[in-house]
Unconditional design. Structure first.
Length: 196
């Protein structure tokens, strides 16, 4: 019994030794893989990613002077036109109030329809930047109530109270697209300047 155990132990030892010797041999050329680190290709890939991110970024807000226009990244253009001082009439709201009238115009070059009903318009006046009251007349109406088709222009009149002693006006425009519930909000555009 003892010699059988010794024989088995010897056979096991020889088998393990042979296995270890076979594993310790050098690999042939087909087993060698080049794992050399290439820093240049990593740097180039990193730079491309940064450039792509910068190209995709759009500002959250922009400032434009009166008389200029702004083109959104999708090809929609907005401008303020026809800026002039007026006084509201007795049937307007509020009545007998000095205000500034202006048209907001959108030129649609996006390739598809754009819903303008979710345009928010806010005015600030004077050096202190006071929020101006909206003025409703026959000319100002109710703003944009529909969609502008590709290649077309849409115009709506707006009015903001502007005391005679003040000249500075800031008009804030934010156009959102909540119809598809995709939370698409274009950058806010501020038109600023003095009203004669």
């Amino acid at each position: 019994m003892k010699s059988a155990q010794n024989t088995f132990a010897l056979a096991l030892s020889l088998g393990l030794a042979a296995l270890a010797t076979g594993c310790a041999g050098a690999p042939d050329d087909s087993q060698i893989v080049d794992l050399e680190h290439t820093r240049e290709s990593e740097d180039a890939a990193g730079e491309e990613a940064v450039q792509d991110e910068a190209a995709d970024e759009t500002p959250t807000s922009v400032e434009e002077e009166f008389g200029s226009e702004y083109v959104y990244t999708d090809g929609l253009t907005v401008r303020l036109a026809g800026i002039e001082r007026r006084v509201s009439g007795e049937w307007d709201s509020p009545e007998n109030t000095p205000y500034v009238y202006f048209d907001i115009q959108f030129d649609n070059g996006t390739g598809g329809p754009v819903d303008l009903t979710y345009l928010s318009v806010y005015c600030q006046v004077g050096e202190e930047g006071r929020t101006a009251e909206d003025v409703y007349t026959d000319d100002t109406g109710s703003g944009f109530t529909s969609t502008v088709m590709d290649g077309r222009t849409a115009t709506a009149g707006y009015g903001c109270a502007l005391p005679e002693e003040e000249s500075y006006l800031q008009v804030e425009l934010t156009l959102s697209d909540w119809e598809d519930f995709d939370d698409e909000v274009r950058e806010t555009v501020y038109f600023v300047g003095d009203v004669a």
